[in-house]
Design a binder for this molecule. Structure first.
Ligand code: NAD
Length: 548
C-alpha cells in the first residue's frame, strides 16, 4: 500500500504503525481502513499523538504532517477535501457537509483564537518554543455511519498539547482516574470542521486553566445538522461516535454537551461506553441526565453561571441591592445557555426584551426567529414554546400580548438595551455589525462570539465603549459543574442537591469574576486580556514545572 511507502519519509517520527482493521467498501476506489499511528516524541520517547481515519482513497493517499500542531492527517488529496463539500447521496464519498463560506469562517475562527493566545504570550514575553507548546493540539478524525443516512458523517476530536504536558507527570491515567483529562463538549452541527474544533479546544484549555480545574482543553464534533435527524438517529450517532473515540473517552477525554447535544445524549454516551467496556464508567462523560449519573444543576450551569458573574459585575459597580433588577437584556440563542440565562435574569428582576435564534425550514433554508417585547418576555412561556417547536425556534411565538417579530440583524442593534448576550454560535459580533451595538455591556455566553476585529473596534471606541465580559470567564459554569459531576461520579454516595451545586457555582463565578476584574484594573487591560493572561501564565508555569 502507498501508505507504507509514504510513511518512510517520516520514519524519524513514526516509530510504530499499526493497522487495526481493513475491509473493502462497495465503491472500489475507497478502502475502509482504521489506522492507529503512534507518534513518539523523539527526545522523551513517550506517546504524543494518535491519529485515526477511515475511508482512504488508496489510489492517491497523502499524509500531511503539521509541525506546529503535531497533527498527522491521512486522506485523499487536498482537492478532494475542499472540492466535495457535500457528500454525494448513495455513494461512499467522504462527507463534510460544510460550505466554502463556513470553511473560511472556521479558518478565521481558529486564526483569531490562536492570535488572541499568541498576543498574550508575547505580552508575557514567553519564548517562541513555549508559545508553540501552548498552542499545540492533537487531532483525531474519523467517520461514522448512521442508520438511514447514506453518507458517512465526519467526526473530530481535538485535545490540547500544552495541557497534555500538565498531565504528563500525573500518575498513569486509568478509567477511574480522571485527573489531567481533556475536557470540552461535543458539538453536533452541520458547519463543524477540524478548525472549529481546534479553536474550541484551545478555548477550553484557557477556560479550564482560568477556572482552576485540573483539566486539559478538549472538544469534539459531529459534522451534521442534528435537527435533520430523528431521535433514534441522533442516539445512533452518539453510539457510533462513542465507538469511534472509545480509546480516548474516559481515559484521555471526557465529553459534555455543547451546541446540538444535551443531557439525554450524554447518557447515551455513558451507556454505549458501558456496552463497549463491559462495565460502567459513570464519569466517562459529564452533563448526563439527572438520575442517570448527572449532577443536579448541570443543565442550568452555563446560563446561570453567566448571570452570577454579571450580578457580581454590577455589585462591584455599587449596585449591592438587586444588582440586575430593571436591566434590559437581548439574547441571541434560545438553546441551553441562552434560555437558562434568560430564566435566571427574569427571576432576578431583569427584563429579557428580545431573544433570537436560527433554524432550518422544511426546504432546508436558513431562517431566523427573533422576538421583541418592550417590557420583557415571559421567558418560561418562550422556553415551553421553543421546546415544543419542531425546529426549536422562537419564530412565530405570540403567546403574550405586546410581542412582535423583529429582523435578526436588529437584535444586537436595539436601542434601550443595557446588556446583549450572544449565546448561540461563534463570530456573531463582527466588524460589520459591531458599530451598531448600543448596549453598554456584552456578556459572552457562546464560545468566541466576537471576532478579533470586532473586539478591537469595540475596545477602541472613544464614546459608548461597551464593557465586554469574555466567554472564557462568563460561560465556564458548564465545565465547572461538569467537574462537580466527575467528582460525584468518582466518589459515589448521595448526589449533591441542586441548591448545594448552584451555591458552589455562584461562589466560584463570583470569585473568578473578582480575580479577573482585579487583574484587569491593576494592569489596565481588558477583561478578555486579563482572563487570558491569568490562564496562559498558569499553563506556562505548569509546562515549566513539568519540564524541570
Ligand atoms: P444549543 O444547541 O442548545 O443552542 C444554540 C442556540 O443558538 C439555538 O437557539 C440556535 O437556534 C441558536 N443559533 C445557532 N446558530 C445561530 C446563528 N448563527 N444565529 C443565531 N442563532 C443561532 O447550544 P448551547 O449549548 O446553548 O450553546 C450555545 C453556545 O454556548 C455555543 O457557542 C457553545 O459552545 C457555548 N457553550 C455552551 C455550554 C453548555 O454547557 N451547553 C458551555 C459553554 C459554552
Amino acid at each position: 500500500m502507498n501508505f507504507f511507502r509514504q510513511k518512510s519519509c517520516h520514519e524519524t517520527f513514526l516509530l510504530k504503525t499499526y493497522i487495526f482493521s481493513a475491509d473493502f467498501a462497495s465503491n472500489e476506489i475507497f478502502l475502509r481502513v482504521l489506522i492507529l499511528v503512534r507518534l513518539y516524541k523523539k527526545e522523551k520517547g513517550n506517546v504524543m499523538q494518535v491519529g485515526k481515519i477511515s475511508c482512504l482513497n488508496t489510489s492517491n493517499i497523502f499524509q500531511q504532517r503539521n509541525t506546529n500542531t503535531r497533527e498527522v492527517r491521512f486522506g485523499c488529496p487536498q482537492d478532494t477535501f475542499t472540492k466535495s463539500p457535500i457528500a454525494v447521496k448513495g455513494s461512499n464519498a467522504v462527507s463534510f457537509g460544510i460550505t466554502d463560506v463556513n470553511k473560511k469562517e472556521n479558518e478565521q475562527f481558529l486564526a483569531d483564537t490562536e492570535a488572541n493566545i499568541r498576543k498574550v504570550c508575547n505580552r508575557l514575553k514567553l519564548s517562541k518554543a513555549m508559545t508553540g507548546r501552548i498552542l499545540r493540539t492533537e487531532t483525531v478524525e474519523g467517520e461514522i455511519k448512521v442508520t438511514g443516512i447514506d453518507t458517512p458523517i465526519k467526526c473530530y476530536l481535538v485535545m490540547t498539547g500544552a495541557a497534555l504536558d500538565q498531565a504528563e507527570n500525573l500518575p498513569e491515567l486509568k478509567d477511574d482516574n480522571e485527573d489531567g483529562l481533556a475536557k470540552g463538549g461535543i458539538r453536533f452541527a452541520e458547519n463543524v470542521d477540524v478548525n472549529t474544533i481546534k479553536a474550541l479546544s484551545l478555548d477550553m484549555m484557557i477556560k479550564n486553566a482560568l477556572a482552576g480545574l485540573p483539566l486539559r482543553g478538549g472538544k469534539s464534533g459531529i459534522a451534521y445538522d442534528p435537527t435533520k435527524l430523528t431521535a433514534g438517529q441522533k442516539e445512533d450517532a452518539m453510539r457510533q461516535y462513542t465507538r469511534l473515540f472509545k480509546d480516548y473517552i474516559g481515559t484521555r477525554y471526557v465529553p459534555a454537551p455543547d451546541m446540538g447535544t444535551n443531557a439525554d445524549l450524554m447518557s447515551v454516551v455513558r451507556d454505549e461506553f458501558k456496552n463497549i467496556k463491559g462495565y460502567d464508567v459513570p464519569g466517562c462523560v459529564t452533563g448526563k441526565a439527572w438520575g442517570k449519573g448527572g449532577s443536579a444543576g448541570r443543565t442550568e450551569a452555563t446560563g446561570f453561571g453567566l448571570v452570577y458573574a454579571l450580578e457580581r459585575a454590577f455589585e462591584l459597580q455599587g449596585k449591592t441591592k438587586d444588582p440586575l433588577k430593571g436591566l434590559r437584556v437581548a439574547i441571541q440563542g434560545s438553546g441551553n445557555v441562552g434560555i437558562h440565562a434568560a430564566l435566571l435574569l427574569q427571576e432576578k428582576g431583569a427584563h429579557v426584551v428580545a431573544i433570537g435564534d436560527k433554524y432550518k425550514d422544511e426546504n432546508d433554508n436558513d431562517k431566523y426567529g427573533t422576538i421583541y417585547k418592550e417590557d420583557g418576555l415571559d421567558v418560561k412561556a418562550v422556553k415551553d414554546y421553543v421546546s415544543n417547536h419542531p425546529q426549536k425556534t422562537v419564530d412565530g411565538y405570540n403567546n403574550e400580548s405586546g410581542v412582535k417579530p423583529i429582523p435578526h440583524e436588529d437584535l444586537f442593534a436595539l436601542d434601550n438595551v443595557d446588556v446583549i448576550i450572544p449565546a448561540a454560535a461563534q463570530h456573531q459580533i463582527t466588524e460589520d455589525n459591531a458599530d451598531k451595538i448600543k448596549a453598554k455591556y456584552i456578556a459572552e455566553g457562546a464560545n468566541g462570539p466576537t471576532t478579533r476585529g470586532a473586539d478591537v473596534s469595540l475596545n477602541s471606541r472613544t464614546e459608548n465603549k461597551p464593557e465586554i465580559y469574555p466567554d472564557i470567564l462568563m460561560n465556564q459554569g458548564g465545565v465547572v459543574v461538569s467537574y462537580f459531576e466527575q467528582v460525584q461520579n468518582k466518589n459515589g454516595g448521595e448526589p449533591w442537591s441542586k441548591q448545594i451545586v448552584l451555591d458552589m457555582l455562584q461562589e466560584h463565578m463570583t470569585s473568578r469574576y473578582d480575580k479577573v476584574h482585579k487583574y484587569a484594573k491593576e494592569k489596565n487591560i481588558s477583561m478578555r486580556e486579563a482572563a487570558t493572561e491569568i490562564a496562559v501564565e498558569k499553563i506556562a508555569r505548569a509546562i515549566k514545572n513539568n519540564a524541570a
